[in-house]
Design a protein around this ligand. Structure first.
Ligand code: MF3
Ligand code: CO
Ligand code: CO
Length: 267
């Protein structure tokens, strides 16, 4: 999602919404769990996309991304220096690659949106460090998601942790409200100050999905109109959870039921 196209009113949801998002979020997380053993050297991201498509339909849901603004796949698969919105292709994954797999399902009208990093075989130490810091950024952002805080507290926590580790935060894409629609207010930027942005209140649903680069933060979109890459070709990583603000904190809707929230996944 780019920053420009969201309006500013933030919808608030009740227990029905939380139940719907819990089910949709769990299904999206289960889809990523299902993919874990399939991410190995030689497999194509298109093959992973086909597995995800069949899995989502078999569970009575649909992929939110098919027909979304002309997109035609179930997953985004963003390898190495791809920041986000990588299109599944026949190109095989190679030992040492890192990739993000991002899936959004629509179940009973509710959107579950989540992404994780995956390692293809053994990956270099600096890539593993990037993935660890990116995971920590997401969780530090989530730790700020509670009533009374402003949205800027989330971006501030993420930016502080990334920059302390001499990594950079992508500005060109952000998290977003979601619920019965895929992308809505608020815009969740991953940088900022604690006193910026709307105050968080119970019933808000949004994603937090920091993209962190080993090099500079600038990205550009390839001629396919989707694939965003780092301008300096440095490695990029991302994790995403969908959350709901509760009375005393937040509920993460997209936690892995199998405990496979971050690599390495073993096996
Ligand atoms: N799931 C992505 C997000 O986190 C959006 C993908 S849109 C697509 O917002 F069309 F590129 F698939
Ligand atoms: Co996503
Ligand atoms: Co998202």
């Amino acid at each position: 999602m780019t920053a420009a196209d969201l309006d500013t009113r933030i919808e608030l949801h009740d227990a029905t919404g939380f139940a719907g998002m819990r089910a949709a979020g769990r299904l999206a997380a289960e889809c990523l769990d299902m993919l874990v053993p399939h991410v190995v050297p030689g497999v194509s991201t298109l093959a992973l996309d086909q597995l995800a498509y069949a899995f989502i339909l078999s569970r009575g849901a649909v992929p939110a991304t098919i027909f979304y603004r002309g997109y035609s796949h179930s997953l985004c698969t963003s390898v190495n220096h791809v920041v986000c919105h990588g299109i599944p292709s026949e190109k095989p994954l190679r030992e040492g690659d890192i990739l993000n797999i991002d899936v959004t399902v629509v179940l009973d009208g509710w959107h579950g949106d989540t992404s994780r990093m995956f390692f293809v075989g053994e990956v270099p130490l600096k890539a593993r460090r990037l993935v660890d810091v990116t995971w920590e950024c997401l969780m530090k952002g989530i730790a700020q998601a509670r009533p009374g805080n402003r949205l800027g507290a989330i971006g501030h926590a993420i930016q502080t942790h990334a920059e302390r580790n001499r990594m950079s935060v992508v500005r060109d894409f952000c998290g977003h409200g979601l619920g019965r629609r895929f992308h809505m207010a608020p815009n969740v930027v991953h940088v900022g100050k604690p006193n910026e942005g709307p105050e968080l209140v119970p019933g808000m649903f949004f994603t937090i999905e920091p993209m962190i680069n080993l090099g500079r933060p600038e990205s550009k979109i390839l001629p396919d109109g989707w694939t965003a890459v780092t301008r300096d070709r440095s490695l990029s990583a991302q994790f995403e959870h969908s959350i709901g603000i509760t009375d005393d904190g937040c509920e993460i809707f997209t936690t892995s039921p199998a405990g496979l929230d971050r690599p390495p996944y073993g096996g």
